[in-house]
Design a protein around this ligand. Sequence first.
Ligand code: 5GP
Length: 176
Amino acid sequence: MSESHNLIELISKSEISDRVEKIASDISASFKNETVIFVVVLNGAIFFASDLARAVSIDCKLDFIKVSSYIGTKSDGKVKLEKDLSLDVNGKNIIIIEDIVDTGLTVKYLKKHISMKNPKSIRIASLLLKPDKAKLPFNIDWVGFEISTEFVVGYGLDYNQELRNLNAIYKLGDVI
Ligand code: 5GP
């Protein structure tokens, strides 16, 4: 139960909304007079994506993709596609909207998977990045905040499916 967790605020509601506005204006400037498809990575990116999509001044469409990851018998994890895109992204500008890049496994899988559908361009926006952990062969184009390797919840990020609806980002302290 959420009540039994010791939540320590890491990033406030107003810090998030200021940063989302800034990223939205950068995206709007980068894609002036163009159309973008925001690919929202379910479930964690829903609030970030909905705030971002409402803050941009360009034409955009929204589509949704869902993956699950699990650690295999080796140290490398595997990603499984749970729900694919519905829109045709051939020749389109794509921005993948992620909640957090931790090891980078998910975003690497998504970039490769969507690349095979021949989009015009693929960019990535992630609300959070754990740079000490992420091992990526490419840059994340827009990062909300860099954080350390601690586990965080809120603003879409869950703990066993709970706590997503918190409107700030919290560190999960010891269970009390
Ligand atoms: P990856 O390791 O593939 O970069 O991250 C995969 C997924 O793990 C993220 O999309 C997110 O759902 C989850 N994840 C990674 N770090 C955290 C965290 O600190 N908090 C929560 N709630 N989820 C996380």
